[in-house]
Design a protein around this ligand. Sequence first.
Ligand code: FES
Length: 144
Amino acid sequence: MPDDNLSSQYYSAIAIEHFQNPRNVGELVDSDVEGQVVNPVCGDEVKFFFRLRKNKDAQERVIESVSFQASGCPATIATSSIATEMLIGLSLSEASQLTRLDYAEAVGGLPKSKQHCSVLAEAVVQQAVTNLRLKDQSSMKETT
Ligand code: FES
């Protein structure tokens, strides 16, 4: 497939740079919540780890740190990498409003056949938010 080739004919300089030097890679050992998603069609997989903190004046927790592990194509790696940079400092509501188009745009666009790859970054954030709600609900049950 030609656009698996890292040529600047297919990918922007930003996407190539994030693929070659991905940011925030690895497991956050003291993460508060994780999300993990797989693309059932191609098998690409990403896992994100989030550490949260509560702002003094905000009701909602914000993302203090985020890291990722991925097994996938250049577009998956590049959009996951840039997503980690975009998510730091956001509340979970703000984070869950970012879409695959935001991540694709942030890497300077993706080749037509790779536009779906940024879905994984969007989906993994949504899954982490859901996981956190479930975790909160189960810890509330334990304390009642
Ligand atoms: Fe599967 Fe990129 S080719 S997500």
